[in-house]
Design a protein around this ligand. Structure first.
Ligand code: HEM
Length: 216
């Protein structure tokens, strides 16, 4: 008897709705984390002492030692939840590609950017977190040393736009999907999100240059 290999157990719509909520909540938590993370790292622009003091505070209160692995878990959970809708198989990829070209719909393209950046962030973000969290304490001199070595400078030049695009589009999609940005406000909200992404990339680039020029 032929076995139908395409048969699978479809989760109930209620479960899907809960998982969608959880995906949105983990995404929102990571957006807030990335904004705070930028404040921590960019504080080096105010002086190495300012970044060291902030990092020292986070470690003295165990926020780095405990919060770091928690962020790592939320990061993985968010990926697993979002992966439910990512087209991993070749035929799914060709279908979504054909459909997006037919639709020529900006939000569909944004979703594709979201799925592609997610894969890169999953790998590079994990390597980055492991490197930093297994080499505590965080100091401006250590970060500068890493970046001046060259490898991490190029690594961050790639990761920075990936993460800022993903965070910016994620922020916009949450607002649209959960009704914070109404149809008539979408264009305005999109423009605001583009500015926000550009500002964060600019702050990130200035910070990388600051690390590159910091005397260690
Ligand atoms: C709890 C976890 C994390 C800690 C403690 C942390 C800490 C740091 C530190 C100290 C730096 C300065 C450079 C260095 O020392 O190598 C840095 C830079 C950076 N991190 Fe993280 N990070 C964490 C999570 C993440 C995650 C999840 C992402 C994105 C997936 C990320 C993306 C970046 C980027 C793009 C830079 C370069 C920023 C710039 O342009 O100056 N980090 N991080």
């Amino acid at each position: 008897m032929a076995v139908n290999t395409t048969t699978y157990v479809r989760p109930s719509t209620r479960t899907s709705a809960y998982l969608d909520w959880l995906q949105m909540l983990t995404g929102a938590a990571l957006i807030l984390f990335m904004w705070s993370h930028m404040i921590l790292v960019a504080s080096v622009n105010l002086g190495a002492g300012v970044m060291n003091a902030l990092a020292h505070f986070l470690e003295k209160t165990y926020m780095a030692q405990v919060g770091g692995p928690i962020i790592g878990c939320i990061f993985l959970l968010h990926f697993v939840l979002a992966a439910r809708k990512v087209p991993f198989r070749a035929e799914q990829q060709s279908t979504i590609w054909k459909l997006s070209r037919q639709l020529r719909h900006t939000d569909t393209y944004l979703w594709l950017v979201q799925a592609i950046t997610a894969m890169i962030i999953l790998i590079m973000g994990s390597i980055h977190m492991w490197t930093v969290l297994t080499d505590l304490p965080i100091t401006a001199a250590k970060s500068a040393g890493r970046i001046q070595g060259g490898f991490w400078f190029v690594f961050y030049l790639i990761l920075l736009p990936m993460i800022e695009l993903h965070v910016g589009i994620g922020f916009y999609r949450i607002a649209v999907k959960w009704g914070f940005a109404r149809r008539k406000d979408r264009k305005k909200f999109k423009r605001f999100e583009n500015y926000l992404t550009a500002i964060f990339i600019a702050i990130g680039l200035i910070t990388l240059l600051r690390f590159l020029l910091l005397k260690v």
